[in-house]
Design a protein around this ligand. Sequence first.
Ligand SMILES: C[S@@+](CC[C@H](N)C(=O)[O-])C[C@H]1O[C@@H](n2cnc3c(N)ncnc32)[C@H](O)[C@@H]1O
Length: 246
Amino acid sequence: MRSVSPALNRSCTGNEMTALKFGAQELPDLDDYATLAEQFVPGRRAIFAIVEASFLELLPKGSARILVVGAGGGEEILRLGSDNPDWWFVGVDTHRPMVDLALRRLDGAPVGARTQMEETAIENLDQRDFDAATCILTAHFVPDDGAKLAFFKAIHARMKPGAPLAIVDGTGIPGEPETELLRRIWTRHAVRNGVAEEAAEANAENFKKVAVVSAERQEDLLTSAGFERLTPIFRVLSIKGWLAFA
Ligand SMILES: C[S@@+](CC[C@H](N)C(=O)[O-])C[C@H]1O[C@@H](n2cnc3c(N)ncnc32)[C@H](O)[C@@H]1O
C-alpha cells in the first residue's frame, strides 16, 4: 500500500465553505470511528454488502479498478476488497486523520497491497478510467452552492462510460416534519444501540449543519453531472443510496 500526499487543495473541495466540515464535528477518538459508525448508522454493514453485491453483478469477471471517494477510515476498502482479490482501490479523502486511520486499518490486510490512499480532493486526482466508484456518507459534507455539482462532475469524469457509482448519503430538508421525525428516530436508535444520549443528540444536530439535500435534489445533481439510470439500492431513515451510471 502506498500513501501519496500531494498538497491538499481545500479551496476546490467545498470543504471550506458553508457546510459543516467532517473534521469540524466533535469527533470521538478516531480509533473508535468504525465501532461508533456502526452504532449510529442503522444497517451500516448492509450498505457495504449491497454495494459489493451490486459490483459483483455489474463488473465483468477479472481485474477492476475502483475509486473510493471519502475513503477515510478504510471501511469500504476493507469490506469490498477482502473477498474480491481482483479488485484494486484508489481511495481519496481530504481529512488527514481519516486517511491515517485508513492506512492503519489497511496495514497488513491483504487488500492493503491493492490499495492506494491519497489525501486529496477528487478534483485533483490525476487518475481516470475507473471501472466503478463509491461515495459513501461523504457527499453530504459538500455544500450545494456549486461545489456539490462540481464534486459529482469530478467523479463522473474519472469513470469509464457506463461504469457504476454507488452513492449513499443523508437526505432530507432540515426543519421539514418528515426529516425531523426521522432525525429523532435516528437519535433514539443510536441510544438503543449503546451511544450516550448526549453524543446521539450532538450527532443528530450535525444533520442540520451538513449539506444534506432532498433525495430529489441529489438525483437532479447526479443527472446534471452526467450520471444516468439512477437506481435506488438502499434506504434507512434519512440515509439513501443509489447506483448511478457514468
Ligand atoms: C462520515 S465519513 C465516511 C467515511 C467512509 N466513506 C465510511 O463510510 O466509513 C466522511 C468522510 O468524507 C470525507 N470528506 C468530506 N468531504 C470530502 C471531500 N470533498 N472529498 C473527499 N472526502 C471528503 C471526510 O474527511 C470523511 O473521511
